[in-house]
Design a binder for this molecule. Structure first.
Ligand code: BEZ
Length: 306
């Protein structure tokens, strides 16, 4: 059953994911890795009938869009957390960091702390991971709050940080950056972002190397798009922001679009003569959506785009 870079042991179904690292076996870029099975569904398929299992995970398990996110259990700065219970019915974002007390990570966690109110407004629960101990996380949290010029006595960030000093979860979730190593030559965590829907399925993932900090404004923007497109049969164009016109999906017949979008469907003339570039005003900007935080700066007509 060998396929890669770590191993997972425990009873099935797993109450928690326990992972121990091993050396990468030669020739492990195997067909399993290339298959459409995610790590989790692969584990599920292999282990369902077993009471105990010990199987090897692969180098990059590659959770795929739509996969059920593993319900791992971990120690965090807010106590022991079981992911699905922590998320409840909310959206969730799990984001990883290479190491505590590092400069880029400090700016990133500071930014997330400042944006935490925006994530809460959208019903998104945040949870971070860094491959250090709880003690390091608590000490580092004070630095992050100081970086943010927090005046309060409070030394707790508005989201938990998972302690993963043995890199168990980072390995299981394919979060390591092979190009960035610590002083002992072990790989650090990459900058992963997993957006998890209320159904606990993976809705979006980003994977940045340790040397490139993320834009958390962009992550808020994608949450807006994910939440809109989960509710409405629309798609969002490049650089879209709430309140701007959205796109009618290409597979929707004209008659259906006319009924579904009473605010109008505007198509751009194209050299091909094909009418696939179809805009409609943001349906959440017309008083019918619960989320009132969406921007209202532009009059909501799409004609300026044509
Ligand atoms: C940082 O967070 O500053 C960082 C961590 C690992 C490699 C490079 C930068």
């Amino acid at each position: 059953m060998t396929a890669g870079y770590g191993s997972v042991c425990g009873p099935w179904p797993p109450e928690r994911l326990i992972v121990t690292t091993t050396a990468t076996p030669p020739g492990c870029a195997c067909s399993v890795f290339q298959s459409k099975l995610s790590a989790f569904s692969f584990f599920h398929a292999v282990c369902r009938s077993l009471t105990h299992y010990h199987i090897h995970a692969f180098n990059m398990p590659g959770l795929l869009l739509g996969d059920l996110f593993p319900n791992f259990e971990a120690e965090t700065t807010s106590g022991r957390v079981k992911l699905h219970e922590f998320l409840g019915d909310s959206w969730g974002i799990l984001f990883s960091h290479p190491r505590d007390y590092t400069p880029v990570c400090t700016t990133e966690l500071g930014r997330v702390a400042r944006l935490s109110g925006e994530f809460s407004k959208r019903g998104v629960k945040l949870i971070a991971l860094s491959i250090d101990s709880l003690e390091d996380h608590w000490g580092w949290s004070k630095d992050i709050l100081a970086y943010n010029c927090e005046k309060s006595e409070c030394c707790k960030l508005p989201f938990p940080i998972i302690a993963d000093s043995k890199r168990e979860l980072a390995v299981a979730l394919g979060m390591l950056d092979p190009d960035e190593k610590d002083k002992d030559g072990l790989p650090l965590t990459a900058r992963c972002v997993f957006v998890i829907g209320p159904d606990k399925r993976l809705k979006l993932s980003l994977l940045y190397p340790a040397t490139t900090g993320r834009s958390f404004d962009e992550i808020l923007r994608v949450v807006d798009s994910l939440q809109l497109t989960a509710e409405k049969r629309v798609a969002t164009p490049a650089d879209w922001k709430p309140g701007e016109c959205v796109m009618v999906p290409p597979n929707m017949p004209e008659e259906e679009a006319a009924t579904l979008f009473p605010a109008g469907v505007f198509s751009k003339e194209l050299p091909s003569g094909k009418k696939y570039l179809r805009y409609t005003p943001d349906p959440c900007d017309q008083g019918e959506c619960v989320d009132t935080e969406r921007s209202q700066t532009e009059p909501n007509s799409c004609t300026s785009l044509l």
